[in-house]
Design a protein around this ligand. Structure first.
Ligand SMILES: CCCCCCCC/C=C\CCCCCCCC(=O)SCCNC(=O)CCNC(=O)[C@H](O)C(C)(C)COP(=O)(O)OP(=O)(O)OC[C@H]1O[C@@H](n2cnc3c(N)ncnc32)[C@H](O)[C@@H]1OP(=O)(O)O
Length: 182
């Protein structure tokens, strides 16, 4: 498939009336999520609702996240973007999964950096949610390290029930009654 281009018929969706207020730290959507959950080797992302259709993510890069010596692994950086972009769901009260994610690595990210990620919704066309993000080193206006564009696709809860491992689905149901955006 081709690069992600916002189609001409895409529209900016509305912020859901019950979206978390700007500045609110978003809840963990699933305790065993690699991106935001309580997973030893996970990313432990802290994500907050922003103004409008934006969220901000903080990724503290540790020695456990290396690819090259002293530098963050590119796949983990892409994962941090995937999670932060996915969290835009909280603002729309939708459930989407990543269809396509393009990541541009513009500057190395050293261990001990804090990556400041700003993600936004660019448009919705049918089930396709177009999103983008940038990541800066150590400050919201720090050096630009990564940019990304994503295409997320709306799915129903049955997507997870059908494809997920049964014991994990059961655990997720116990955790939050399968309410995606309570
Ligand atoms: C208790 C748990 C509940 C969880 C709830 C979460 C919400 C909570 C809030 C916050 C959480 C944040 C969590 C973020 C975590 C990070 C996100 C992830 O890691 S997601 C996992 C990785 N992704 C996948 O596993 C998808 C695997 N792929 C699929 O399942 C399918 O391919 C899917 C659903 C993406 C599409 O399949 P189709 O059969 O439903 O639909 P078709 O017709 O193929 O696509 C729909 C449209 O999208 C386009 N499309 C699909 N994939 C595309 C691609 N790769 N590139 C371009 N276009 C694509 C198609 O061309 C089509 O477009 P046209 O409507 O015809 O115009």
């Amino acid at each position: 498939m081709n690069s992600i281009e916002l189609p001409a018929d895409a529209e900016l969706p509305s912020r859901h009336p019950k979206a978390p207020a700007p500045g609110t730290e978003l809840p963990v959507h699933y305790q065993r999520c690699f991106g935001c959950g309580d997973v030893d080797a996970g990313l432990h992302l802290k994500i907050r609702a922003g103004e409008g259709l934006t969220v901000t993510g903080l990724f503290q890069v540790t020695e456990h996240h290396q690819g090259a010596p002293g530098l963050a692994h590119g796949g983990l950086l892409a994962a941090a973007f995937d999670e932060t972009l996915g969290s835009l769901n909280w603002l729309l009260h939708t459930t989407t999964v990543t269809g396509r994610l393009e990541t541009d690595f513009r500057r190395p990210v050293p261990v001990d950096s804090t990556l400041h990620i700003l993600a936004k919704v660019d448009g919705l066309a049918g089930r396709k949610l177009y999103v983008s993000a940038e990541g800066r080193l150590n400050a919201v206006d720090g050096p630009l390290a990564l940019t990304a564009r994503g295409l997320f696709v709306k799915v129903g809860i049955e997507h997870f029930v059908k494809h997920g491992r049964p014991q994990d689905i059961a655990e997720a149901v116990d955790e939050r009654g399968f309410e995606v955006n309570p």
